[in-house]
Design a binder for this molecule. Structure first.
Ligand code: CA
Length: 432
């Protein structure tokens, strides 16, 4: 998942995001979280971190053949050889299933606790434990080179591709060409398509082997092509960066990406805390970072000793009625992989489950039903009508919407956690 500007390290390094659909996780299915900024992956759950950002403008309607001819010129100018381009595009036609996936805007989302149940299934925990043992020597080498915790790498491997079992089998060139021609974010798709052609130009993999998800996330790490080009590594020494069939290359590539995203060796991702009576929930915002020493002075319980200087944010994944976590730089590094706090929380907890820990102590507000997409749109419209500024009504609860919710909560004298609830929407409906 890295997207490059979006979160995906796999794609996920990007930012924009689309609402993807939720798939119920079955046994071996990779779990992808919530909303991300980039089209990373197909399965999404919750709604999150997406920026309140408008979609790209609709491109002019052009036939696929016309688009391809124009794009060929662009690719050749960018340094792709005619031979590589023509081989990659031989017989390529648009794939309607990609457009269906790209336009899918699921109405309902799973609550975070249900997402975590799927992500932290016993099967995934057991699989990770077994692979940690089986790949011990490789992981020793990767930890020594990149300084990134092995449990986190195996957790990412487990959520991205069910440890390499489910990587997506779509032709990446065809998927990205389809999205560049008529997807919702054609500019992003085109940059990924150029990056995919660069992969072929470089010769790490043959055209027919460039396979991935509908959005172009590839291999055991689900890297998008730009992330592959900047961060994939050949760790097993065969001369090719093969994140599809070499687990060593895939795990090391993920480690390289996390290292570049600011991973701090020896620090935890974060930990669960409990908050004192009368706590100001407006401090639970990813934009607010304080040293642990300052959080300690606010009477939070559950902080470990030491790390006073470590920079932490307070995360309330289900609002003030649910569990609270202080999250550190390594949580933010995981967000660079996939810009969803539910995803990053799942990775952190799963990495601990491999060692028998990672249980959440506080209870989740299981009686709360997350807002549907149409309810989120309504919430944004109503906040806007009341003079708040939730950003464009796009159904995505980003920073602007959270701030608008907080302002309304403060006006009501409610806990200002910025979390959208049915109760809040009901209150807005009662406004004149
Ligand atoms: Ca290799």
């Amino acid at each position: 998942m890295l997207y490059t500007f979006v979160p995906v390290l796999l794609l996920r390094t990007l930012i924009a995001g689309s609402a993807l659909s939720i798939v119920v996780a079955c046994a071996a299915e990779p779990i992808t979280p919530i909303t991300q900024a980039t089209p990373s992956q197909p399965t999404t759950t919750i709604t999150e971190v997406k920026p309140d950002k408008p979609a790209e403008a609709e491109p002019e309607q052009q036939s696929f053949a016309e688009w391809r001819a124009a794009f060929r010129n662009e690719a050749l100018q960018a340094g792709i050889s005619a031979l590589v381009f023509d081989r990659a595009f031989a017989g390529i036609t648009p794939d309607p299933s990609i457009i269906t996936a790209d336009r899918s805007q699921p109405e309902f989302t799973r609550p975070v606790w249900q997402y975590l149940d799927g992500a932290l299934s016993q099967q995934r925990v057991d699989g990770g434990k077994r692979l940690l043992s089986q790949h011990r020597a490789t992981l020793d080498g990767i930890e020594a080179r990149y300084g990134v915790d092995r449990n986190t790498l195996v957790a990412i491997w487990g959520l991205e591709s069910s440890f390499g079992q489910i990587m997506g089998d779509k032709d990446v060139i065809r998927s990205l060409a389809t999205l560049a021609h008529e997807g919702r974010r054609p500019g992003f798709a085109k940059s990924q398509l150029l990056a995919a052609l660069e992969i072929l130009e470089h010769g790490d993999v043959a055209a027919g082997q460039l396979r991935g998800s509908w959005a172009g996330a590839m291999g055991q790490t689900q890297f998008i092509p730009t992330t592959y080009n900047t961060h994939a590594v050949d760790f097993d020494g065969d001369g090719r960066r093969d994140i599809w069939s070499s687990s060593a290359d895939a795990l090391a590539s993920a480690a390289h990406y996390l290292q570049a995203s600011g991973w701090k060796a020896g620090q935890p991702w974060g930990f669960e805390v409990s908050l004192p009576e009368g706590f100001d929930y407006a401090m639970a915002d990813s934009s607010i970072r304080k040293p642990l020493a300052e959080w300690r002075q606010l009477s939070l319980n559950g902080l470990p000793a030491g790390m006073d200087e470590a920079s932490a944010s307070l995360l309330l994944p289900a609002g003030y009625r649910g569990p609270a976590f202080l999250v550190l730089d390594n949580f933010r590094a995981i967000l660079r992989y996939n810009n969803s706090s539910s995803y990053a929380l799942a990775i952190g907890l799963l990495s601990e489950r491999f060692d028998g820990a990672g249980k959440v102590r506080a209870s989740w507000p299981q009686g709360e039903q997350p807002l549907s997409r149409s309810e989120r749109l309504e919430l944004q419209e109503r906040l806007s009508n009341q003079g708040f500024d939730p950003g464009a009504a796009d159904g995505i609860i980003g920073a602007n919407t959270r701030n608008a919710i907080r302002s309304f909560q403060q006006q009501l004298g409610w806990p200002a956690d910025g979390h959208p609830t049915q109760e809040l929407l009901g209150r807005l409906r009662a406004e004149p």
